[in-house]
Design a protein around this ligand. Structure first.
Ligand SMILES: Nc1ncnc2c1ncn2[C@@H]1O[C@H](COP(=O)(O)OP(=O)(O)O)[C@@H](O)[C@H]1O
Ligand SMILES: [Mg+2]
Length: 581
């Protein structure tokens, strides 16, 4: 059979199976010459039950131990008493799949999982050169043309394209993890660039540092739309690209997480009065808008505009109204119980950093405004399917509220869309450790936001809503969310705690592969998950439009640039006014 993709000669033979332990095999190496070329992650074929079948494994550990042996009596004669040192070369490999030269009508097939256990003494061959090239070709060809996502080339063979299933990659959440400078942002730009080639991509990027702005730069052939969250300077005359999240979009729990102090003994009273009044005010709006059918079933959580000043007045009335007793006025039921709640609410209303929420422009108070805003974010027509939302001006303490509320809102809209009209949406969470923290480390507000993302991670798949989580500190990212991810693009990761997280997310059999994580070159990644047939080490392609990394050349700049007094002066004014000019 000359068209078999794997054709081994005597030179490719590395040794024989010495022991088998469920998914792992130990190979006794006979060809020591070949061993010196073998690294972690090398593919080794083990002859299967028939001539046409090979079990494919990946090396996980390569060892040479030296043992001492009595010398051969024949050769050394009677008095040659010295012990001789003999090397024992062993390879430990993980079984990952089965290759068949012929399978039914098909030829050269590869599938995940080993169909049978390798038998002791079976021959093992290193897959390299032309064999590797043909084998990699088979891996990519396994996906149909319209689901292919080309990410780069295989490190083992740079002439073979590394292709993942774009469907599977986005379907059940994915994560891009790696230390700073390992190439995450470039990987994101690359994936977005690939997606932009499709007719109706729908990806919303939470851009924490404004580094994806070039992707929306039309003069550089940018393909994305860009929005930003309103900063204190945008409140007067917001531009078209400015997003608001008026308070009335928040559900009860989101709102209370910001203004209720649960340790206050009056907290239950405060929460119940708040709930009652908000519901009443929303009902009033529905009356004015004549939305009778909505009014029948709406809840306090429904995003319906109401006037927060009226809410304050109602709460103030509660807080000051006396009760009526038999002998004149008595202490009112809510009297003085809402003081602290009111002052916390008013502090938020006055804080200009919260302007995007509590000082929305007039149009953002109208009933139809929400539809317009969501239409912008969900749009996918000519060159607008990739939407970058710039959060770089949002203060850190407000970040969880904004990201959480926005994510929940978008997810809710997708949830309520009729299944037959629904199209898939992905939310790309850059620098996820900033707002998707491990639950134990989270405060009330963060926990509220986290809840929204965790819900998406758990249920999103059913509604065609997925997350692409990007982080340099996987150990600081919610485990619930990471454990729901089915695909990982793991770049260089130097921190041991972070490596441990990835190791635990891997199936047991692949955990050994994570040992190469600290050794990966910039732009190199381990691609794991159901979007690829094999876990593979790939070199990512370079995106056409690269993100702004804002990396400064300290040494060079110290040699040429002097700090400017006027720049410092105006920075201080910006700090005071909380706006950038
Ligand atoms: N695929 C790649 N090929 C070559 N160089 C890359 C690649 N990806 C990133 N780099 C280099 O690494 C630097 C840091 O990449 P970046 O994506 O900003 O890292 P991160 O987001 O992980 O901090 C880039 O400025 C670029 O010089
Ligand atoms: Mg980055």
């Amino acid at each position: 059979m000359t068209d078999a993709a794997l054709q081994f000669s005597e030179d490719d033979k590395i040794g024989r199976v010495a022991s088998v332990d469920t998914s792992r095999v130990a190979i006794d190496v006979a060809n020591s010459q070949l061993l010196t070329r073998i690294g972690i992650g090398q593919l080794v074929a083990i002859r299967g039950a028939t001539e046409r079948e090979y079990l494919i494994s990946m090396t996980e550990r390569v060892t040479r131990t030296v043992r001492e042996e009595l010398p051969d009596f024949e050769l050394t004669g009677e008095d040659g008493g010295l012990l001789a040192t003999v090397p024992t070369d062993l390879i430990r490999a993980v079984l990952i799949g089965t290759f068949r030269t012929v399978e039914g009508a098909k030829s050269n097939t590869f599938k995940r999982g080993a169909d049978s256990f390798p038998q002791i003494d079976r021959e093992c061959f290193v897959i390299e050169g032309a064999n590797l090239q043909r084998f990699m070709g088979i891996l990519g060809a396994g996906f149909s043309e319209d689901e292919r996502l080309k990410l780069g080339t295989f490190v083992a063979d740079r002439s073979a394209d590394a292709i993942a299933s774009g469907d599977k990659f986005f379907q059940r959440h994915a994560a891009i993890l790696g230390s700073t400078g390992s190439g995450k942002s470039w990987a994101v730009a690359l994936i977005l660039e690939r997606a932009a080639k499709l007719k109706f991509p729908n990806i919303i990027i939470f851009d924490m540092h404004g580094e994806y702005a070039p992707l929306a730069d039309k003069t550089r052939d940018g393909f994305a739309c860009r929005f930003r969250i309103a900063g204190p300077g945008d409140l007067e005359k917001p531009g078209d690209d400015v997003l608001f999240l008026p308070y009335w979009l928040l559900n009860r729990d989101e709102m209370l997480s910001m203004i209720l102090d649960r340790s206050d003994q009056n907290a239950p009273n405060q929460a119940s009065r708040f709930t009652l009044h908000v519901r009443t005010l929303k009902a009033e709006t529905l009356d004015v808008e004549r939305r009778d059918s909505v009014k029948k079933t709406f809840t306090v959580d429904s995003p319906i505009p109401y006037d927060v000043k009226k809410l304050v007045r109602l709460l103030e009335a509660d807080n000051t109204t006396k009760g009526v007793g038999k002998n004149g006025p008595v202490k009112g039921e809510w009297e003085d119980k809402l003081t602290r709640f009111l002052s916390r609410l008013e502090a938020k209303l006055d804080d200009r950093r919260y302007g995007f929420m509590f000082a929305p422009p007039d149009q953002a108070m109208s009933y139809d405004w929400l539809t317009e805003q969501v239409l912008k974010l969900f749009a996918s027509d000519d060159r607008s399917g990739i939407k970058v939302i710039d959060f770089s001006e949002v203060p850190a303490d407000v970040l969880p509220v904004v990201t959480g509320t926005l994510a929940r809102l978008l997810y809710d809209v997708q949830f309520w869309m009729s299944p037959k009209d629904r199209t898939p949406v992905t939310l790309l969470c850059d620098e996820a450790h900033l707002y998707l923290p491990v639950r134990d480390d989270a405060d009330v507000v963060q926990r509220q936001a986290l809840g929204s993302f965790e819900r998406i991670a758990k249920e999103g798949r059913k509604y065609g809503f997925s997350l692409l989580v990007v982080s340099q500190r996987p150990s600081d990212v919610s485990r619930t969310i990471l454990s729901q991810c089915n695909n990982f693009l793991a770049l260089r990761l130097t921190n041991e705690t972070d490596q441990g997280v990835i190791k635990r997310l891997m199936p047991d059999s692949l955990a050994g592969l994570t040992s190469i994580l600290p050794l990966l070159d910039t732009g190199e990644a381990l691609l794991l998950g159901d979007a690829v047939l094999l876990p593979t080490r790939i070199k990512l392609d370079i995106p056409k439009i690269t993100p702004d990394s804002a990396t400064r050349d300290f040494w060079k700049e110290w040699g040429t640039l002097q700090p400017q007094n006027h720049a410092i002066q105006s920075a201080i004014e910006c700090l005071r006014s909380q706006t950038r000019i």
